[in-house]
Design a protein around this ligand. Structure first.
Ligand code: ADP
Ligand code: MG
Length: 580
């Protein structure tokens, strides 16, 4: 971390303060009042001593009033500073947090493949709070005590500038200690923050997968894994405490040595002679008042470095480019003429090709079934349509236009996808079906549920459509969840529908229902059905058999049986299973 990049970080953080500059100014004003009134203490000492030596009547009244005035000013200053600084800090954290979260919602599929959700969650919870520490506590102390130190130094200079310059000779030494400590703080903070991500990650995995953990008797294993993550965090936190524990007293010692030198010089007979007793006491008071703010200032460095490390991480995340969205064409309702032209795809430059030269032309309204062994690339192929990934070669068009030329979000509006893993939100059934559509029409929701043969179980639930389904739908069976997901896709009423093993969790009876529903739903839309149970797709207009990223056979059920190839073999295999 070079000095200049620290500065860039500060500047960028300061950018978040800008909209709240009026609160910030109030806080600075508050701290200035605080610093001025605290510095006045030294002046009061001078008046006190001088007053004792030459008492008069006005002096008796002046002193108590001075005390009250000073503390009133200090109180007002403290209030303005504390409250408005918190106000700025909480606003900064709020904007930063929302910005990070909003940005994450637009990152590409590849990004999510590469980052664990635990780490991402800890960015918007832990990391952002670390920035608050720097923004509230550190800035507060920096301003309040920093201004106080400046005030005291000013007073000292005014009283005796030569002595003060002596005092200032230690500053380069202090600067050196601060620099070394800062680097170390930053490095350790980064580790601590990333280890918090590990802690969140391990905990959420083990807790959400509690059934697997229990049935495999992996409690001990998970405990150890968690203890390791937490222990690393402990070690690093201790290192931070050690650095702080050493650097703070070293700096304070330096200041104390400077103060001692100052006092020693101030007591030189020649100097004593030129000052009044009051001036001398004021000078020593001001110098000793310096101890507390200097102590506090030395303690905030770790806080600031924590905040900088966290904001560096957050800014790094904000710089990850969002999903490509350079299309300009706004699709109105698409016909659903989908075409894959020489499409090849690999998940990474160093990874094997998952799709090899796919050529496929689908007429609007066609029902296409895709079968093939697991890992043959079916899900990957379908993932290209909503542009979760981009082909490495070739292109995909819808209605004759390359999908890259459509605006991203409106394009996705045209595609309804029910995937292998059903995602339900912890909201009511109605909200899950009409996901993303506030104030949806109840009749339409019911109609979608009817078509997905979901109404039957929904109506038996205690609150019907208003039943809250729990975390990812824990209150429902696998088949019920799938039917809800299908209802959601039907509700969306998109011209292109993709069902990726959407019926795998259904029993034979509900599957038959769903099959009937599908015939209804498919009628005026292009539908892709990926299914393992071949009985589901016998009536498809065309069946594609995929093997290792290639379409090896295509035709209707009857044609493919006739051909006696891969499909026929698969079919016989399942038929035997049913017989057995
Ligand atoms: P299918 O849906 O036919 O079972 P997939 O399309 O899911 O197959 O997977 C095809 C291949 O791509 C598999 O070999 C799988 O390991 C790989 N794959 C799938 N998703 C990813 C991913 N996000 N990153 C890297 N490889 C992946
Ligand atoms: Mg799949």
């Amino acid at each position: 971390m070079t000095q200049s990049s620290s500065w860039t970080l500060y500047r960028r953080l300061l950018g978040y303060v800008k909209p709240y500059w009026h609160y910030f100014s109030l806080a600075v004003l508050g701290y200035a009042i605080y610093a001025a009134s605290s510095t006045a203490l030294a002046e009061m000492m001078k008046r006190l001593i001088d007053g004792i030596q030459n008492p008069d009547a006005s002096f008796r009244l002046f002193l108590p009033l001075f005390v009250i005035g000073m503390f009133t000013a200090r109180g007002v200053g403290t209030f303005l500073g504390t409250y408005f600084m918190s106000n700025v800090a909480r606003n900064v954290v709020h904007s930063l947090r929302c910005e990070v979260f909003n940005h994450m919602l637009h990152l590409s599929g590849r990004f999510f493949d590469a980052h664990s959700s635990g780490h991402l969650v800890s960015r918007v919870t832990y990391h952002v709070e670390q920035v608050t520490g720097a923004a509230t506590k550190a800035v507060t102390i920096l301003l309040r005590e920093g201004l106080f130190v400046i005030g005291l130094l000013g007073y000292l200079l005014w009283t005796n500038w030569m002595l003060t310059l002596v005092f200032l000779t230690v500053t380069p030494l202090i600067g050196l200690v601060v620099r070394v400590a800062s680097k170390r703080f930053r490095r350790i903070s980064r580790r601590i923050q990333s280890s918090m991500g590990d802690v969140t990650h391990v905990a959420s995995e083990a807790l959400s997968g509690y059934k697997v953990v229990r049935t495999h008797g992996a409690e001990e294993y998970e405990k150890q894994r968690f203890a390791r993550a937490s222990n690393y965090n402990r070690e690093q936190s201790l290192k931070e405490a050690l650095t702080k524990g050493i650097s703070t007293p070293v700096i304070q010692l330096l200041v104390a040595i400077a103060l001692a030198g100052l006092v020693w010089l101030a007591m030189a007979p020649e100097l004593m002679a030129s000052m009044t007793a009051g001036e001398f006491v004021a000078f020593i008071t001001a110098a000793s008042l310096m101890a507390k703010p200097v102590k506090q200032l030395t303690e905030i460095n770790s806080e600031i470095q924590k905040g900088l490390a966290a904001s560096q991480e957050l800014f790094g995340l904000l710089e990850v480019p969002p999903e490509r969205d350079d299309g300009t064409i706004l699709p109105t309702r698409l016909e659903g003429h989908v075409s894959f032209e020489g499409v090849r795809f690999a998940y990474g430059d160093d990874q094997p090709e998952v799709l090899k030269s796919i050529d496929l032309d689908v007429t609007p309204g066609e029902l296409i079934a895709i079968v093939g062994r697991s890992g043959s690339g079916k899900t990957t192929l379908m993932g290209l349509l909503p542009r979760f990934y981009y082909p490495t070669e070739g292109r995909v068009t819808i209605d004759g236009i390359a999908i890259n030329e459509y605006q991203l979000s409106p394009l996705r509006q045209q595609i309804a996808l029910v995937s292998q893993q059903v995602t339900l939100f912890n909201a009511s059934i109605a909200d899950n079906i009409a996901y993303g559509v506030p104030d949806a029409n109840r009749e339409q929701i019911k109609a979608a549920a009817d078509s997905a043969y979901a109404s039957e179980f929904i109506e038996r639930l205690p609150k019907g459509f208003d039943t809250v389904v729990g975390d990812n739908g824990v209150m429902l069976s696998g088949g019920q969840r799938q039917r809800l997901a299908i209802a959601r896709a039907i509700f969306k009423d998109a011209p292109i529908l993709i069902l990726d093993e959407a019926t795998s969790a259904l029993d034979t009876e509900s599957e038959r229902y769903i099959q009937r529903a599908l015939e209804e739903v498919c009628r005026d839309r292009t539908t892709f059905v990926i299914a393992h149970r071949l009985s589901t797709i016998e009536r498809a207009d065309r069946i594609l058999v995929m093997e290792q990223g290639e379409v090896v056979e295509s035709g209707t059920h009857a044609q493919l049986l006739e051909r006696d190839g891969a499909y026929a073999a698969l079919y016989r295999l399942q038929f035997q299973e049913v017989e057995a």
